[in-house]
Design a protein around this ligand. Structure first.
Ligand SMILES: *Cc1c(COP(=O)(O)O)cnc(C)c1O
Length: 222
């Protein structure tokens, strides 16, 4: 695996407004440093314990993203430094993130995760559930958490039409939330969609942030 070369190939193919989150979950620090030394700064992890360890051990100018669904009792460990949490889908989690952000005297950016795939196992809100959440009093009271966009995962399939349609659904959810709840907001801008197998389609459908792991670092052995 030539990590630097893989990164270069992907970043050179991206429009300027699309950022790449290099998903380094399960990968050792040497691999991350290889990407870092090639100039990359945004990395994504999905386990709190691994993320805090890597944050301690690696250069401090890395921008760390949490790309899943943090357990509520573990948010406190990432709250001091996390740049963006991609997988938020409940008011309960938002309230805990808000509480930990206050303790750290900062604001934490998050994305609302939507369920766009056919697979039932994937996490995420429906548009109706998002309406309930965003109209609630509990949400309006959150002072230190900022919803900066949406995130979703397409079905794991080689049917590109299906994948494309699912990404279109996420883009249209983004547009309608923007109109309904965030029309005055300069920061509601992000659509996190696209992984190793489907990011070219995601970019065509309006992604602003792709999350790519195996295409940079090689297959993961769990
Ligand atoms: C693991 C993971 C990715 C990256 O997957 P690859 O197929 O290796 O690119 C992206 N997003 C989420 C939420 C993940 O858990």
């Amino acid at each position: 695996m030539d990590i630097g070369k893989n990164l270069k190939e992907i970043t050179e193919s991206l429009p300027e407004n699309v950022r790449l989150v290099a998903v380094s979950k399960t990968k050792p620090n040497v691999d991350i440093l290889e990407a870092y030394n090639a100039g990359h700064r945004i990395f994504g992890e999905n386990k709190v314990q691994d993320l805090t360890k890597k944050h301690e051990e690696l250069p401090k100018d890395i921008e760390w993203h949490f790309i899943g669904h943090p357990q509520t009792n573990k948010v406190k460990y990432i709250a001091p430094f996390i740049s963006l949490i991609h997988g938020v889908d409940s008011i309960k989690l938002l309230r805990i993130i808000n509480k930990e952000a206050i303790k750290n005297n900062r604001t934490i950016d998050v994305l609302l995760q939507f369920h766009i795939a056919k697979e039932l196992t994937k996490f995420g809100l429906s548009p109706d559930e998002a309406d309930v959440l965003l109209s609630s009093e509990a949400f309006k009271q959150l002072t230190n958490v900022r919803i900066v966009g949406v995130m979703g995962m397409a079905t794991y399939t080689d049917d590109n039409n299906q994948i494309r349609n699912e990404f279109r659904v996420l883009k249209s959810i983004f547009n309608s939330l923007k109109n309904k709840y965030f029309s005055d907001s300069k920061f509601f801008t992000e659509i996190s969609m696209g992984m190793s197998g489907d990011y070219p389609v995601a970019v065509e459908e309006g992604s602003t942030m792709i999350r790519v792991g195996s295409k940079i670092f090689g297959e993961r052995n769990y």
